[in-house]
Ligand binder design. Structure first.
Ligand code: FES
Length: 115
């Protein structure tokens, strides 16, 4: 089973998930990484699930059009939309902001494309 490590607010959360798991779906049904994963719409629109991939990113598929629209240049820095990822391998992520700042678009350096 894939091992998932999430860094959030200075705390490291570690767990295992079944193959082909979506971490936002899991959090929505109160399974790990609940309550330690920030998320919102679950549909690749709000950006609240944005995470920086620390390790394991090489096994992820390329970003989809929703990630490109929401994250833009942040993709090149390793940021992904967690709700758009299905986990089949060990991965280490960091969420380094609060949902409130994400809702205000105040993620440092994050610029949303509006077109
Ligand atoms: S939860 Fe809204 S973009 Fe991922």
């Amino acid at each position: 089973m894939p091992k998932v490590i999430i860094h959030r607010n200075g705390v490291v959360h570690t767990g295992e998930v079944k193959e082909n798991s979506n971490l936002v779906v899991r959090a929505g049904i109160r399974q790990f990484p609940y309550p330690n994963l920030s998320y919102g719409c679950g549909m690749g629109k709000c950006g609240k699930c944005t995470s920086r991939v620390i390790a394991g990113g090489e096994a992820l598929p390329p970003p989809n059009w929703k990630e490109e629209k929401v994250l833009g240049a942040k993709l090149a820095e390793g940021y992904r939309l967690t709700c758009q990822l299905w986990i089949n391998h060990d991965i280490e992520l960091e969420q380094d902001w609060t949902p409130a700042t994400a809702a205000r678009g105040a993620i440092p350096g994050l610029q949303r494309q509006t077109s």
